[in-house]
Unconditional design. Structure first.
Length: 336
């Protein structure tokens, strides 16, 4: 179900304002990329954000251990849609060998690049020595990067935090090591592991790393609104930015961040992209139950900021079928 000519024209006119981001052999149509989000950045959502101006996208974090044991859920997460462009597959494991051994299978899905998760703070990942736990002992990282780099014939990136804790911030050291071992680019989330997602992202440290390094860097953290992204773009030394929660509440954020004019999008445009997202879900997913759950989650997020949205979300989550849910969606987004 293609978008209307009117909405397509709005999108294409704004895409022209976005500069390109070139990193080695990679060429992104925008310096704003979609960050990996567990339970969110599946193929349908990635396709939608690609349509709405994202320069590139990244899958949810995927276990290299799960790949090793042919886990069905892992295989489903690995599968990319043929329409996807500039997409990275993000892997995690506590050791380089496991990641390196999984790469040949990952390459069968034809990603544009591979990203290594070194920033996830959740206990079930960290307790296994993966995610941000890898930042605890930086002396092991050169060998870690070297083994994965040797196994990966396509562009390779890492996503990190500032460090494990406030007392052990080592972002500058980790970036230098990544640069020395041939990593193509680094994304820095401006918090430590101990912060999880609380407090404010430390952009001073991100900017310091960007100024000190010759390796391309993307900044990530607290880029929740179009205005925040606009402000950061005017002052950052980073080559690009990675947006996580922002696109969930402002799906046109990739387009509007390069426009100084008032947003040209209205509630009818939101309704159109929700229907397109539904179509992508139908095409990519086999489970009707999962489809229903995902659509409610994304539509709920897109409704934030509109008048009476809290009441709408109550009706949305008490819907007992897709048909009933879409009745509520059509009613809410048809009101000017």
């Amino acid at each position: 179900m293609p978008l209307s000519q009117q909405l397509t024209k709005k999108i294409e006119e704004l895409k022209i304002s976005s500069p390109k981001l070139n990193i080695g052999t990679l060429s992104f149509p925008s310096p704003l990329l979609l960050a990996p989000l567990a339970g969110v950045t599946d193929a349908p959502f990635r396709l939608l954000m690609q349509d709405l101006g994202s320069g590139g996208t990244v899958t949810e974090l995927i276990s290299s251990q799960g790949i090793k044991y042919n886990n069905k859920h892992t295989e489903d997460m690995l599968r990319l849609d043929p329409r996807e462009k500039n997409v990275g597959i993000q892997l995690f494991a506590p050791d380089a060998k496991t990641i390196a051994q999984s790469i040949p299978h990952v390459l069968e899905n034809k990603p544009t690049f591979i990203d290594i998760n070194m920033g996830c703070p959740v206990r079930k990942v960290v307790s296994k020595g993966a995610g941000s736990a890898l930042l605890q002992d930086s002396s092991k990282l050169p060998a870690f990067f070297r083994e994965i780099r040797k196994a990966c014939p396509i562009p390779l990136s890492i996503k990190i935090r500032l460090g494990w804790s406030e007392a052990s911030i080592n972002v500058l050291e980790v970036v230098r090591m990544a640069q020395d071992e041939g990593i193509d680019f680094v994304t820095i989330h401006g918090r430590t592991r101990d912060q999880f997602y609380t407090g404010r992202a430390n952009w001073d440290l991100i900017e310091k790393a960007a100024q000190a390094s010759s390796i391309p860097l993307l900044g990530n953290g607290d880029l929740h609104t179009t205005q925040q992204v606009k402000d950061r773009l005017t002052q950052t030394h980073c080559d690009g930015l990675m947006l996580g929660r922002g696109p969930l509440h402002e799906p046109f954020i990739f387009l509007e961040s390069f426009s100084v004019a008032q947003s040209p999008f209205d509630k009818k445009d939101y309704l159109e992209i929700m229907k397109l997202y539904h179509q992508y879900q139908i095409e990519c997913l086999t489970s009707e139950k999962l489809l229903f759950t995902q659509i409610k989650k994304i539509v709920s997020s897109f409704s934030h900021g509109f008048a009476e949205s809290a009441k709408f979300r109550t009706r949305l989550f008490t819907s007992e079928s897709l048909e009933q849910m879409w009745q509520h969606v059509e009613e809410f987004f048809s009101i000017p």
